[in-house]
Design a protein around this ligand. Structure first.
Ligand code: GLC
Length: 656
């Protein structure tokens, strides 16, 4: 194809003025680059326009965005074009069993004062765990504190000055990539800081920018909307609207009063954010975490979450990214109920066309529920009810993150297994707050809402699993159990398939940060208890004493991660099928890979358990000839060929 023909390809689909602008932008590029761009546009155009059909003139918006895409494509560095080709040749790169994620705050991971450059110095620790994906928590320029841990962005094109510059960020992404690690960053889509240039212009009376937000002159509309809107932060930011003195009006603020919700019904907002995505992609960011994506479309009379337009617009954003920078991968952060969750990976017309990755918060919640109740009935039921995901996508599996845990347990799921949803959620809150007789946990109550009874929980994996309480008791058996819970929790997320993300510090059993409220701007937000700085003195002494809880957790995780990487069965394209096992408190997870079945067995209790040999045979494996990849040996069998599992023992079984 000649350059002229490339232009023809563009002009047959793209509105003429945009096609001309695009042609002019890509004209100086080598011919093969021009052709590639034209082919990608042809490949994605229908998908893009369909996604933009929420706007009155989808083709016009699409054309505008393609001009932005062409600019980003033309500016994209050669090594990133190569990465694009690599990813297109291996589109399942993030689905591989060798993928391991890690999440941390730059300043709580790198040595004090070293910023982004300091992260590169600590790559060895990540390599020791086999990490291939690093999520650095918000690091773009936020408003001055308070800023919700950086989730109130004032400038998407600048890095926090205390951490470095955009040049440092691009450099870090390169260093990480050379170490086999993909960089993931947040892109906050739902809101900007009150100090962001768009909000500043709106406050100065600029109508163009006022239209970027939901602004109401009086309370009539906000009151009508509030009737069906839940509160995200009922404690420290009640209500969903804030009166702003500069605006002399009410503005929609789902989260904190300084986080202004963007009006995605305005195509200008869409184009601005598409451009930010392209900008970050050109810095070498490979995975974009679409923060609070569930909230981006509003509809009166609903809770304004999970609206169908959210998925249409994600499809459009992804098409644009796939044209300019196909290496860029989307990860949906939608911490929503089980019925809404799978849509973020694509259902129906959006199948395989929205986010590549999405947080499996249902699995996370069920792990803690199993550990508290020593019962897997609810988990097996609820998890098996989640529809299959497109085979080109993957769940982000995680045991906990930087946020609190909200008990996303569906009333119908609970009812189906003779539980009361409200009571069970309440039980979990009390249990993990340590307010339940016999509880091992040391979590903190976050955002208690007396109106709904909703009580979320903050805490690190080790504190929630009882490592702190066990250590304080001096009881060796209790400590074994608590460490067992940290490891079995991780074994479930590692054995599920998907991309597991380990939260910084959990790999060494870090407890809640006792000084979390000493930073003035953090006091009142106890999610900071589960965001401690990584204790490098502990990391550095891991090999000197293997009997410490930190070393036991670390080596346990390391061996699980190594076993995982060697198991093709754990490719994300293969579905995980949760099953009760007839042994109380033991969860089964069957994965039917073409090379043969894999069965994960997880004893979620502190008691010895036996899974009958017949049960395993029913899943297609002969107990006498299986190997357990966790231990690397045959599992322990009774004389009846039942499988014996000790307290909190995981087994990953395949035919020998
Ligand atoms: C996401 C973040 C959370 C933040 C919220 C608002 O849920 O994970 O930390 O408070 O978005 O941006």
């Amino acid at each position: 194809m000649t350059a002229i023909q490339d232009r023809d390809v563009l002009s047959t689909v793209v509105p003429i003025d945009s096609a001309e602008a695009i042609a002019a932008i890509i004209a100086p590029l080598p011919q093969h680059r021009q052709r590639t761009f034209a082919l990608r546009v042809r490949r994605r155009w229908a998908e893009l326009v369909a996604g933009l059909s929420v706007y009155p003139e989808p083709e016009v918006v699409a054309g505008r965005c393609l001009v932005l895409a062409a600019k980003a494509y033309a500016e994209r560095a050669d090594d990133l074009h190569t990465l694009d080709e690599q990813r297109l040749l291996e589109p399942d790169w993030f689905q591989q069993p060798s993928m391991v994620g890690y999440a941390a705050y730059t300043e709580r991971f790198a040595a004090p004062g070293t910023g982004l450059a300091g992260v590169a110095d600590r790559v060895e620790h990540l390599r020791d765990l086999g990490v291939t994906y690093l999520h650095l928590m918000p690091l773009l320029q936020p408003r001055p504190a308070p800023n919700d841990g950086g989730y109130a962005v004032a400038n998407y094109r600048t890095v926090r000055p205390d951490l470095g510059t955009t040049k440092d960020l691009a450099e870090l992404s390169k260093v990480l990539r050379h170490n086999g690690i993909s960089l993931c960053l947040d892109i906050v889509l739902n809101h900007v800081a009150r100090e962001h240039a768009w909000a500043t212009a709106a406050r100065a009376g600029n109508q163009h920018y006022r239209d970027y937000f939901y602004v109401y002159d009086d309370r009539s509309e906000p009151d009508a909307l509030e009737a069906t809107l839940p509160e995200v932060f009922p404690d420290f930011a009640p209500g969903n609207f804030t009166f702003d003195d500069d605006l002399q009006a009410w503005v929609w603020t789902t989260f904190n009063d300084y986080q202004w919700d963007l009006n995605w019904a305005n195509p200008n907002v869409f184009c601005e954010m598409a451009d930010v995505i392209l900008y970050l992609g050109n810095l070498g960011v490979e995975v974009l975490r679409l923060d609070a994506i569930a909230f981006t479309w509003k509809r009166k009379g609903t809770n304004s979450q999970n609206q169908p337009e959210v998925h249409a617009l994600t499809q459009a954003l992804r098409s644009i990214a796939r044209i300019a920078a196909p290496a860029v991968t989307f990860k949906a952060e939608a911490i929503v109920g089980p019925d809404d969750l799978v849509y973020y990976l694509g259902r129906g017309v959006h199948h395989g066309k929205v986010s590549d990755l999405a947080y499996h918060n249902g699995l996370m919640v069920q792990i803690w529920s199993m550990l508290a109740s020593r019962d897997v009935t609810l988990a097996a039921h609820a998890l098996s009810r989640i529809p299959a995901t497109p085979t080109s996508t993957a769940w982000i599996t995680y045991l906990r993150c930087h946020d609190d845990i909200g008990w996303a347990i569906d009333d119908r799921d609970a009812g189906a297994v003779q539980l009361n949803g409200f009571e069970h959620r309440n039980f979990l809150s009390n249990f993990y707050a340590g307010d339940f007789a016999g509880s091992f946990a040391e979590g903190l109550v976050f955002q208690y809402n007396p109106e709904t009874g909703d009580k979320r929980i903050s805490g690190t994996a080790a504190s929630l699993a009882g490592v702190g309480a066990a250590q304080a008791s001096g009881d060796a058996r209790r400590l074994d159990d608590a460490i067992g819970r940290v490891l079995i929790g991780h074994a479930v997320i590692l054995g599920w398939g998907g991309l597991p993300v380990i939260w910084s510090g959990d790999e060494i059993g870090t407890l809640n940060d006792p000084a979390w409220d000493e930073v003035a701007d953090h006091a009142g937000d106890n999610r900071w208890a589960n965001r401690p700085a990584l204790d490098w003195s502990v990391v550095d002494s891991l090999s000197s004493d293997p009997s410490t809880p930190a070393a036991r957790v670390f080596t346990g995780m390391q061996s699980l991660l190594r076993a995982r990487a060697s198991l093709p069965h754990l490719h994300s394209a293969v579905a995980a099928q949760p099953l009760p096992t007839s042994a109380p408190g033991v969860l089964g997870v069957l994965r039917r890979h073409p090379i043969g079945p894999m069965v994960g067995l997880y004893n979620m209790t502190e008691h010895e358990r036996y899974v009958p040999g017949w049960w395993l045979r029913e899943q297609g494996l002969d107990p006498a000839s299986v190997v357990d990849h966790v231990s690397g040996a045959a599992p322990e069998l009774t004389e009846y060929e039942d499988l014996r599992l000790s307290a909190y023992q995981p087994l990953w079984l395949t035919a020998q």
